[in-house]
Structures are given as structure tokens and as C-alpha cells.
Ligand binder design. Sequence first.
Ligand SMILES: NC(=O)c1ccc[n+]([C@@H]2O[C@H](COP(=O)([O-])OP(=O)(O)OC[C@H]3O[C@@H](n4cnc5c(N)ncnc54)[C@H](O)[C@@H]3O)[C@@H](O)[C@H]2O)c1
Length: 374
Amino acid sequence: MNELSSVAAIGGNGNKVFTNGHSNGVAPEAGRALRGVGVVGLGYWGPNWVRNFQQGQYASRVVACDLDEGRRKHLSQLYSDLETTSRYEDLLSDPDIEGIVVATPVSTHYAMARRALEAGKSVLVEKPLATSSQEAQELIQLALTHKKTLMVGHTFEYSAPVQKMREVIASGELGDVFYVSSVRANLGLFQRDVNVTWDLATHDISIILNLMGGRMPEAVSCQGESHYGNGVEDVAMLTLRFERNIIAFVHVSWLDPDKIRRTTVVGSRKMLVYDDMAPQEKIRIYDKGVTAQKYYDTFGEFQFSYRYGDIKIPRIEEKEPLRNECDHFVNCIRNGTTPDTDGVNGLRVVSVLEAANWSLRRGGLMVPLGSAVR
Ligand SMILES: NC(=O)c1ccc[n+]([C@@H]2O[C@H](COP(=O)([O-])OP(=O)(O)OC[C@H]3O[C@@H](n4cnc5c(N)ncnc54)[C@H](O)[C@@H]3O)[C@@H](O)[C@H]2O)c1
């Protein structure tokens, strides 16, 4: 299992082995605007980065790059002071550009990020960080060598509902977590270069690892199928097995009639449902549970009692997750601090995806994640 054996050393309890090495540097003045930021990739997602950089006034200059002239023109019409270029080299050689967001297709992430770091730029790579753990490790090492910020765009880790979920689980309100079930389905958006696990399950894995306090699964399996698009799986089901019999299921699909973004956490005391499609009240905590009678003499006496209690809807102050992410990236560059979703965080998600895809090629075999990974 060579593909997996190269996975980086990550501490067993989510401890980060790497740091970005910034702590020895002089912290830049807090709150100062950056001289310039770049965004490469102005397709579906990149424009959200441009909007946040423009509205947040984080940088004196925002330079947006795309090979597609139509996309550059469109963005220029929206923001009169936005500079655009078709050449990534222009961002890399511009001394004002302190940080670059890579929002190009997944298969290009590693090469784009590598070039940014080698050019001495801090970089935020959209999810997933790379397409293999080997690539992810190389980026982490490069960021260390060049003393630059490496951050990955695990957007949901910056969203208020996910932060609230983590808080509720950590408080013990749900009791022991039994399982997590996550569904991310829609009609599309089909990707050409990666399957549905690398596209959609990245979000769920980052959320689940976050809820687990950074703990990695012990084993992963995945089944899926390609109905359109040359062997690129458009539907998949992943199973992540954690210590203490905790299990997580992730169902992702580009072929579903409904847009579903729902995560359920079932605990020994209570159950939580996070529905990201709900316009408000995205989290509900159900005081529901089951008690199995401990002692019984005959099968007829074996029974469960069910508890149907109140439903609590915690108040959540919503702010656009991408704005939080933008704030965090800029502050990490300014202050030389390690991002919450740093290269190691990105590597952990890539390692799970890598194992899942290894399993997928073998009909859903349960793949142990070695202790080096966990
Ligand atoms: N965080 C999130 O919630 C979220 C949501 C959607 C997409 N994404 C991520 O954003 C990234 C982009 O996804 P998308 O759906 O916008 O893709 P897209 O295909 O719509 O857009 C990609 C753009 O990159 C441009 N491009 C490709 N190679 C280039 C190069 N060498 N130089 C300059 N421009 C180049 C293309 O012309 C295109 O306009 C992916 O990594 C995806 O995973 C993240």
C-alpha cells in the first residue's frame, strides 16, 4: 500500500508536528492593509474571494488572474479598481503581492501553490490542498523553508454552525458520540478533473475531523460509481471508523434531485442535526434517546425505552464563512501566526481522501490508516 505509506507524520491526537516557522519573525503591524493580494481562478468560486478582498479593504491592490478573458472582463466590470491579468507569472513577480488565493481546478492546486511559495508568497489553496499526501507534505515543507503562510480553504471550519456544533459536542451535551452522518448532494456541479469525493466529501471530512477534535479515523472505506464522465465517480459513500466505536458516514452525489447539506450527530444523551440549507435555525438539538433495559431473562422481555424530549435551537450569529476565512488569512500573513486550517490540517483531509480512493478502486475495502497518519 505504497500510496498510503508516505503519509506525513501527524501526532496521534491531532497535534501538529509542523509549524509554519513564523514565530521567529517580527510580527507585522496588526491591522495594516496588505500591499497587495492575488486571486487566481475566476470561475465559479474565485469571484467570492475577489468580492471579500474588495469589500473588506484588506489590501491596497487586488489583482485577479484567469486564463479566460471573459471571466477577467466580467470581474473588471464589477470592480472598477480591480487589476486583472491572464499570466500567473504577473502575480508571482509582483513585489506588492503578499498573499495569493488559488481557486483553480483541484488538479492544478499543487503546482500553483508550489510556484507561489517558491516565489516567496503566502498562499491559501482552495480545498482540497492537493491530490496526494505526498504533494501536501511537499507544500508544508516549502512553506516552512520559505517562512510563508500556507492555508487551505476548508470553508466550513470558519462557519458559525460548525463552530457551534463543535462547541456543543465538546461540552458533553450530546454525551458520547455514537455516529456522524453527513449528506452533501445536488444535481451537479460535475467536475472534470476529480471525482465527487475530492470535490464534495472534502467538506464533510474537514467538518468531521474538526468535530472529532482533530482525531483521525482508524480506517476508511468508500464505494462509488461513475454514471457519466469517463470513470469519474459521481456518487460515493464513505465510512470513517474512529476509536471507541465512533463511526461516520459521508454520502456525496452530483446526481441528486435535491440539494442536501445535512450533518447528523447522534450521541448517547442527545442528537444534533445541522441543516445548512435551512435559511435560519440551522442547528437543532433533540433531547431524544434510547435506553436498552440492562437485565432481562427471556427474549420477550428484551426491550428499549425511547425518550422524546424537547428540541433546542441554539442562537447562532451568522457571518459569511468566507469573510471569516479572509480575515484569518490576512491576519496570519500580518502577524505571522499559524492558520487554523494550515497545511497539516489540509494534509489530514487529503490523507483520508487518498485512503478513501484507494478503497474505492478495490470495491470498498476497509483501509486502515497507519499510526503515522493518525
Ligand atoms: N470552499 C468552497 O466552499 C468551494 C466551493 C466551490 C469550489 N471550491 C474550490 O474552488 C476551486 C475552483 O472551483 P470552481 O468551481 O470555481 O472551478 P471553475 O472551473 O469554475 O473555475 C476555475 C477557473 O480557473 C481558471 N484557470 C485554470 N487554470 C488556470 C491557470 N493556470 N491560470 C489562471 N487561471 C486558470 C479557469 O479558466 C476557470 O475560470 C476548486 O479548487 C474548488 O474545489 C471551493
